[in-house]
Design a protein around this ligand. Structure first.
Ligand SMILES: [Zn+2]
Length: 387
């Protein structure tokens, strides 16, 4: 260290107080909110960090600290590897107007040596860092968020109009496991909108066609191709392994079956539907917001429930709606933004307008209400058989 560096460090030492690791841990355990800021480089952070720390590398400190700690009178504890860089960073924060800055004596090395808890972050390999580089520069995603996406599992009900664009973009975004359930084969009339499939795959199983397309785009993604339909017998088993479910069904039996099972298993469902030029999107997050039955307690009779084949759909519309659903999935997985829980977004392609409706839980809902027994609800087929 040169003379000037030493002088700088001494100046900082005189104004920035230090806490030893055990002392810091005690303060952090208190209820008083303290922001813990790790000022080390990305490669050091990747090796492990202190729980609940915010990462603001020293080189970005002046640019990013106000975003991380907006209140300049709030207590901030800074740490680096050994306690020198955090001391200098503390002086910088004081010069910026922060009044309660502490440096962790001995840094992360001393913290770890004292046997205090650390977090081992999930990290990306070089190829993943290149592929997802546009995510890594977004603070709300970053390396940690991308790693989280790669660990995530999303189930798509249907590899059709909504499932196609959603699955394609979720795969591109690096959602690590995509389950796709569909028991149909590719038909020529699907190709107007179901972009996972192509002309040469007519007659092939949709889930196989979907898997081929997704893996050509991103071989990193695991695709569980489930050539089946959801039934009362298999639904709980199938959905149990996934974090979020994207509902791309065009029929009421599956929609009700999925709703009741997702309430039982407490899995969020991103719901989408299309009709000619109109689409709707919402998120049913059990017990956080309404479920499908809070809005429509009973299924409509079959003659009042047309599907795409009967009603028709503008080919581009499911693209728009499916991608709105995929956006909600990503937000749920990352825990960012405001999701469509309790809000229904209604899209009209002809007027190019969005409307928003607020949705509420119904305390008398047969699936998620106060005395509900979703496991006892009859399936749509059972209702129709009785009818
Ligand atoms: Zn409900």
């Amino acid at each position: 260290m040169g003379d000037v560096s030493r002088a700088l460090l001494n100046t900082a030492r005189n104004t920035v107080p230090e806490w030893r690791p055990a002392e810091a841990q005690q303060h952090l355990a208190d209820d008083k909110p303290i922001t813990l800021v790790d000022v080390r480089e990305q490669t050091e952070w990747n090796e492990g960090y202190i729980p609940n720390a915010v990462h603001v590398p020293r080189g970005f400190l002046e640019l990013r600290i106000e975003e991380a700690v907006p209140d300049k009178s709030a207590p901030v504890v800074l740490y680096c590897a050994g306690g020198v860089r955090s001391m200098l960073a503390g002086k910088t924060l004081q010069d910026m107007g922060y009044t309660d800055v502490i440096s962790l004596a001995g840094g992360y090395t001393a913290w770890k040596a004292a046997g205090l808890p650390t977090v081992q972050p999930l990290t990306l390999n070089d190829a993943q860092r290149r592929r997802y580089s546009r995510h890594l520069v977004i603070p709300e995603v970053g390396e940690e968020g991308q790693a989280k996406l790669l660990q995530s599992k999303v189930l798509l009900i249907g590899a059709g109009g909504l499932g196609s664009p959603a699955a394609y973009y979720l795969a591109a975004a690096g959602v690590g496991t995509l389950g796709i359930i569909d028991n149909d084969v590719v038909d020529e009339s699907n190709l107007q909108r179901q972009i996972l499939h192509n002309t040469s795959r007519v007659g092939k199983l949709k889930v196989e066609s979907a898997k081929e397309t997704i893996q050509a785009l991103n071989p990193d993604i695991k695709v569980n191709a489930i050539n089946d339909r959801l039934t009362k017998e298999n639904v709980l088993d199938i959905i149990s392994g996934y974090d979020v479910i994207l509902d791309g069904t065009d029929n009421f039996p599956t929609r009700y079956l999925l709703n009741d099972a997702s309430v039982i298993a407490r899995k969020p469902v991103v719901h989408g539907s299309v009709f000619r030029f109109e689409g709707q999107v919402t998120v049913f997050k059990p017990f956080d917001g309404p479920c499908y039955r809070c809005l429509f307690p009973e299924p409509p009779p079959p003659e009042l429930a047309p599907n795409c084949a009967e009603a028709g759909v503008l080919g581009i519309l499911p693209g728009t709606v499916g991608l709105l659903q995929a956006t909600e999935v990503i937000k749920l997985l990352l825990g960012i933004g405001e999701t469509l829980v309790g809000r229904l977004l209604a899209y009209d392609a002809l007027t190019e307008t969005f409307d928003e409706l607020l949705l509420y839980r119904d305390p008398r809902c047969p699936a998620c209400g106060e005395n509900a027994h979703p496991e006892d609800l009859p399936t749509y087929e059972e209702i129709c058989a009785v009818g």
